[in-house]
Write a protein that binds this ligand. Structure first.
Ligand SMILES: [Zn+2]
Length: 419
């Protein structure tokens, strides 16, 4: 579900060629389309967006060939010279009927006059075409209408002034597909239709799942429907960067995961409060009879920081303030607060404290003492992806090694980051 433009498993990728078509008065030709999704229900006119003529490459076509064909189909140009590529725009585009990851390339075309034939335009397009218009540069720069992509006016200005961008300028879509009103338009406090929709990134991630992982693991899911029997209970932080299933490359049914702020196991107590973490530990140990419990701490933990630097509005009266007060027992063992590595030491100490607190649960203690359950501490460094394991004898965190004693440190793999 990454948004990295180099990895786009979720949407079909389309290579597209478009043209900045200028007339002799340096006006730019744009086409008005109607978006298929409402941008803002309260402002139906915001469904309109302006875009350059052009379209997708047919098999075997170059960008220039596609640009020439599209200009012929859309605006009746038959022998125009396709000039240099001056800009590009890569990203998910959802305003047309078929969502896509667009890889667009924009070329300059200069016309001897402002005559274009748009009689076939509507039939070549999936989306409703509302019209075409020649825009002066001043109009482009000052309009509140939606021109795609953002920054097109500046590129047009540069081209007209003879400043050909080299290499081509990388542009981005106006507001992302969410349709946030762009600058100059009044915003509204009422939620837009888009904001009430299930997040598009999750839907496209799910699409990727049903196209890829689900068929690969169909048998496994069918078996898992009968019940789960994970061997490992993982207790980690809610932090979005520290996903155990990703770090340990596990499939469905392999990890029973509890995530909370700062990977805290509270001491066993049976007071009247609600104990979500304790309940999940109880189920994993007593119900699922896991063989291992791993407490996974991590670098740059916001929960640990919240304890170490209590500041308004965080207080013991807040949910977070009250919860991270449980870090206090770890802080007593983390040593001098002044060193630059204090937060890291506190992260390590919190892992150790959670392991200690696990032993206050009678059902954990009895299983550990009889050898049916093992407890482990670990720490994940986000920036480099390194995993440190806590030595149960010394309490020292050391790089993970494999069964043959070889280092599992990622340092050698990502040394290129170190320049
Ligand atoms: Zn954290």
């Amino acid at each position: 579900m990454t948004q990295d433009s180099s990895v786009t498993p979720n949407l079909p990728v389309r290579d597209i060629a478009r043209a900045l078509v200028f007339d002799p008065d340096d006006r730019l030709l744009l086409i008005a389309y109607e978006a298929v999704r409402p941008i803002d229900p309260a402002a139906p006119e915001a469904r309109t967006f302006w875009f350059m003529p052009g379209g997708g490459l047919e098999p075997g076509e170059t960008h220039v060939e596609a640009c020439r064909r599209e200009l012929s189909e859309e605006i009746g140009l038959t022998d125009s010279a396709i000039g240099p590529q001056v800009a590009s725009c890569d990203g998910p585009f959802h305003l047309f009927k078929t969502p896509r990851f667009a890889r667009e390339r924009y070329f300059v075309v200069r016309l001897p006059d402002a005559t274009v034939d748009t009689s076939r335009l509507a039939e070549t397009e999936d989306n409703p075409v509302l019209g075409t218009r020649w825009w002066t540069l001043d109009e482009l720069e000052s309009t509140a209408e939606r021109i795609e992509p953002a920054g097109l006016a500046q590129v047009a200005r540069d081209v007209v002034a003879g400043r050909m961008p080299a290499p081509p300028v990388a542009l981005a879509w106006q507001s992302p597909s969410s349709g946030t009103p762009h600058e100059g338009q009044p915003s509204t406090d009422t939620p837009t239709e888009d904001s009430r929709m299930f997040p598009e990134t999750l839907k496209s991630g799910y699409r990727s799942f049903i196209d890829g992982r689900l068929p690969d693991e169909a048998k496994r899911y069918a078996k898992l429907a009968q019940g789960q029997s994970p061997e490992v209970l993982m207790i980690s932080c809610c932090d979005s960067r520290v996903s155990p299933e990703v770090i340990f490359d596990t499939g469905p049914g392999e990890l029973f995961v509890i995530r909370n702020v700062a990977n805290i196991v509270p001491p066993c107590e049976t007071g009247g409060d609600f104990h979500g973490t304790s309940a999940a530990i109880e189920f994993a140990v007593q119900g699922l009879e896991v063989k291992h419990i791993v407490v996974l701490g991590h670098a740059s933990c916001g929960g640990i920081k919240a304890y170490a630097n209590p500041s308004a509005p965080l207080s013991k009266g807040d949910f977070i303030g009250k919860w991270v007060s449980l870090v206090g027992a770890a802080a007593e063992k983390a040593g001098d607060q002044s060193g630059p590595d204090y937060l890291t030491r506190l992260e390590y100490a919190m892992v150790a404290q959670s392991l200690e607190n696990l032993m206050t649960f009678p059902f954990v203690r009895s299983r550990v003492m009889s050898g049916r359950l093992a407890l482990h501490g670990a720490h994940f460094g986000i920036a480099r992806g390194e995993l440190l394991l806590r030595d149960p004898d010394t309490g020292v965190f050391k790089p993970a090694i494999d069964r043959e004693g070889r280092s599992l440190s990622p340092t050698s793999l990502i040394g290129c980051f170190q320049s």
